[in-house]
Design a protein around this ligand. Structure first.
Ligand SMILES: NC(=O)c1ccc[n+]([C@@H]2O[C@H](COP(=O)([O-])OP(=O)(O)OC[C@H]3O[C@@H](n4cnc5c(N)ncnc54)[C@H](O)[C@@H]3O)[C@@H](O)[C@H]2O)c1
Length: 349
């Protein structure tokens, strides 16, 4: 019997029994991040209810974890989410529409799914005061004058997508004082790692560079390659979710950065690191210098003017150590994991 029948939300100590089995609801369970969370939870012996309308996610992501009970339904269906949340101890809310350009084309739909869908999740959490971890985004920062980005900066969303994430954060924040529902928002920076489709327009450049490298591809950098961004490794994002779900009271209602850290590294440097990690430094340099423009489309990894337009909504820098530690599929915990603690320390937790 894995699941627990009750859950107390008296302030919890920072150390907790991570092995205590619980029942989790994971929305967006068939997506990149949601499915990684499901794998981890099942491996730890928890009961997992997945919720996904399969609009973007793929059921194959959950093929190796048949233990997950998947509810195929839409976040906008309040009754469906309430049913799925019934008897769950923790909700990890990952489901969303996440295309910045499409959010500009369809702001109403993005608001419906990302804001009203999040409201439905929070309403479902209200009765039992079930803790909710909300997948927010670094896009809430928008244009900022200084780096690194810290949680105390005024958010300046530049797209309906970013605005929808900020609205979700605001609802999460209100749910603690209003209803005693513990919530934590996690502002993911570009997430990368195994399970991410490198062909996806949203794939973090680390995934695309790495896959190109493994296939002997020839990444192409457009622009000067000196633009810097911040990234989060998928295992660290999963870990951050599990920690946030059991964070101490001082964290409730707050938002936290989940990314590499404060020291920006240019994409030129990132590419060097990835190439070096795969003993392909020369090949990459040659492709970049000599025939980048002729590289096979499938093998290209684009960065620069083309992707800058898209990535402008997810600003940041990248810490050198992250790239060194997180190339390919290495799976030890590291920078992002530590960053979560550092952030919480900043808030005197
Ligand atoms: N991947 C990143 O780099 C990144 C960065 C910042 C924030 N995020 C946030 O993290 C979360 C997960 O991202 P991901 O990369 O796994 O995305 P994803 O597209 O792989 O997963 C999202 C899942 O939500 C599901 N979904 C969408 N609309 C739904 C609806 N109306 N009802 C039910 N399910 C619905 C999709 O089918 C999909 O499986 C999202 O909230 C996203 O905004 C991701």
């Amino acid at each position: 019997m894995r699941r627990t029948t009750c859950f107390s939300y008296a302030p919890q100590p920072k150390t907790f029994d991570r092995l205590r089995p619980m029942r989790y609801l994971v929305t967006g369970a068939a997506g990149f991040i949601g499915s990684a969370i499901c794998h981890r939870l099942v491996a730890e012996g928890h009961d997992v209810v997945g919720f996904d309308d399969l609009s973007l996610g793929r059921i194959e992501h959950l093929a190796a974890v048949p233990e997950v009970r998947l509810e195929v339904a839409d976040l906008r269906d309040a009754e469906a989410i309430a049913r799925a949340a019934k008897d769950c101890d923790i909700i990890l809310h990952q489901a969303a529409l996440k295309s910045v350009p499409r959010s500009i084309e369809e702001p109403e739909r993005y608001t419906d799914v990302n804001v009203l869908g999040t409201l439905n999740v929070l309403l479902a959490a209200r009765e039992r005061r079930t803790p909710v971890v909300f997948a927010s985004s670094s896009s809430v920062y928008g244009d900022q004058d200084r780096f690194p980005l810290t949680e105390d900066m005024e958010p300046r969303p530049r797209s309906p997508y970013a605005a929808s994430k900020l609205a979700g954060e605001a609802y999460c924040r209100a749910w603690w004082p209003s209803f005693g529902v513990p919530t934590v928002s996690l502002r993911y920076f570009n997430v990368y790692g195994p399970g991410q489709d490198p062909a996806s327009e949203y794939a973090a450049v680390v995934t695309r560079f790495t896959v190109a490298c493994l296939r002997g591809g020839r990444p192409v950098i457009y622009g000067d390659g000196e633009q810097a961004r911040d990234f989060a490794f998928i295992d660290d994002v999963v870990e951050a979710n599990l920690r946030a779900a059991r964070a101490p009271e001082q964290a409730w209602g707050r938002a936290f950065n989940i990314g590499g850290g404060a020291e920006p590294t240019s994409v030129n440097r990132l590419l060097e690191l990835i190439a070096a990690a795969h003993d392909q430094e020369l090949g990459f340099r040659k492709a970049l210098q000599d025939d980048g423009n002729r590289a096979d489309e499938e093998e290209q990894t684009l960065l620069g003017s083309e992707t800058t337009d898209r990535s402008d909504d997810r600003p940041g820098g990248i810490e050198l150590q992250l790239a060194q530690n997180r190339i390919g599929v290495r799976r030890q915990l590291g920078v992002c994991f530590l960053e979560v603690d550092a952030v919480w320390d900043r808030h005197d937790l």
